[in-house]
Write a protein that binds this ligand. Sequence first.
Ligand SMILES: C[S@@+](CC[C@H](N)C(=O)[O-])C[C@H]1O[C@@H](n2cnc3c(N)ncnc32)[C@H](O)[C@@H]1O
Length: 285
Amino acid sequence: MDDRLKNPGPVMTDETFVLLRDFIYEQSGIFFADNRKDQLASRLAFRLKANNLSDFEKYYYLLKYDQNAARELRALFDSVTTNETSFFRSPPQIQAFQDKVLPEIMAAKERRGEKTLRLWSAGCSTGEEPYTMAIVLSQVMNGRRDWDVKVVASDISEKALRSAKEAVYGEYSLRSVPPEIKRDFFVAAGSSYRIVDEVKDMVEFQFLNLSDTRRVQLMRGFDVIFCRNVLIYFDDQVKKRFVSQLYDCLNHGGYLFIGHSESLHNISRAFKLVHFPGALAYKKE
Ligand SMILES: C[S@@+](CC[C@H](N)C(=O)[O-])C[C@H]1O[C@@H](n2cnc3c(N)ncnc32)[C@H](O)[C@@H]1O
């Protein structure tokens, strides 16, 4: 069927698709393969409307040359990212983080007389992942106050970050949260749930484009990094560059978790692959 009949919005020509696709790739590392042209057109149709533009070519020139280009770039990032996430996603990874990784790192640090922990959720979306990390950390800490702990959470989508900072979630987002955790770490707010302040205050959100090598280079000293379900948006070239930067962001003895269906095969040999029940993690020895 003719694209115009399927999707009665403005039509994206193949030439404009390549211009926009290459622009998005240069700016974010996010790669739209040829078969995702319709998806890109439907996601950007809203931006055309918001800017009162009649076609995608004009939108491309706005992004490239307009005085509002920087602001529109942020809106573009909101439009092209997929923010699918949930609390306690991939439970075997969370279990490994709770039962093995945190105790191992904390024991090693205690032997050295260090009591700081820095965790990073890279590509944190609307906050469910970093808050899960903070809840688990708080359980492992079990009331101890002598540790200096922080979860840094970053994303390229300002819209997702705004929602993360609000820390209010509907019943559906909490579908995998065990009842005792719901009781101890959430407060009912009308028909929604708010994260308790003790956990909320452990997480620091920031805008960070993971393909911005200079900015990522400043991220240092992490004990655990969760970068789950983010690499899938990058091609191999960006994955290799970024994963090698993640290695440098970790402390020795630190761990990287990627999405349970993702792999670093052919991407990096720097890490030691560690097997946990139902989950894998990558260790910097
Ligand atoms: C599918 S979500 C995954 C969220 C969470 N990590 C999880 O596994 O549940 C992917 C997130 O990566 C973010 N993302 C994609 N490309 C990015 C980039 N270049 N820099 C920073 N964040 C990016 C998206 O905005 C989105 O929120």
